[in-house]
Design a protein around this ligand. Structure first.
Ligand SMILES: Nc1ncnc2c1ncn2[C@@H]1O[C@H](COP(=O)(O)OP(=O)(O)OP(=O)(O)O)[C@@H](O)[C@H]1O
Length: 220
């Protein structure tokens, strides 16, 4: 399936009549990896929501709250990344007694993400970082062309965060990831979109930005 560009042409977002994101115009073509940076409440999740609405069928979404089912295993949660590819009976069979090809594919992802020993554990029994990696595994299993992540590496150490971002980018034609780690934004992404008080205040190549400029977003 050809990957679309994600394009916003002046869309805004309001809750109960109150605008939380001012009109945004931006385009993210296949091949571009974009970081969203800004203080808590600046509008990063809101912008991701608008982007998701543009092409949900092409997007693997990794939400801030993970959206995992706590009493189901890591395998079952990761399998759910492909739920919409199969009929309900097929899914039920593979959630209860997985076929070898699904089990092997999920096992491989779990090995890559350091979850190999946890594949049969209920998600509720995992650490925060392990739960976060399960949410990433589910998004990777979806095999979509575009990845949207809302602070998907906030609960892992900096080295692991960099490896995860590289893995996500390697497996998706384009990605938009909200994160607070400015160094990661500068080193791993093509473009950085800065948000402040519900507005996009810059949209620039990461090579043209410095850590000090990103720090300005965090000044009250
Ligand atoms: N469901 C909602 N109803 C009303 N207001 C909301 C809702 N979701 C978000 N907001 C408001 O929209 C604004 C932007 O929130 P958003 O979640 O987009 O920020 P953010 O940059 O992602 O923050 P964080 O880094 O804390 O996740 C905030 O003022 C928030 O209170």
């Amino acid at each position: 399936m050809a990957q679309p560009s994600l394009t916003l042409s002046g869309e805004s977002l309001s809750y109960e009549g109150e605008q939380v994101l001012a009109p945004v115009t931006l385009s993210i073509p296949p091949g571009e990896h974009v970081a969203l940076v800004g203080r808590s409440g600046a509008g990063k999740s809101s912008l991701l929501k608008l982007l998701y609405q543009q092409a949900p069928e092409h997007i693997a979404l990794c939400p801030q709250s993970y959206g995992l089912v706590g009493n189901l295993s890591v395998y079952q949660n990761v399998y759910m990344g492909q739920l919409n590819r199969h009929n309900p009976l097929y899914n039920l069979c593979n959630l209860v007694r997985p076929w070898r090809r699904h089990k092997a594919a999920v096992q491989q992802l779990c090995d890559t993400l350091g979850l190999d020993e946890k594949i049969n554990s209920p998600v509720d029994t995992l650490s925060g970082g392990q739960q976060q990696r399960t949410a990433i595994a589910r998004a990777l299993y979806q095999q979509a062309g575009i990845f949207l992540g809302d602070e998907p590496v906030s609960a892992v150490d900096p080295l692991q965060a960099k490896l995860l971002i590289e893995l996500i980018q390697h497996q998706h034609a384009s990605s938009v990831i909200a994160l607070h780690n400015r160094q990661l934004a500068l080193t791993c992404f093509d473009r950085i979109v800065g948000l402040q008080h519900g507005k996009v205040v810059f949209d620039l190549p990461s090579s043209s930005l410095t850590a000090e400029q990103l720090d300005q977003l965090y000044v009250a």
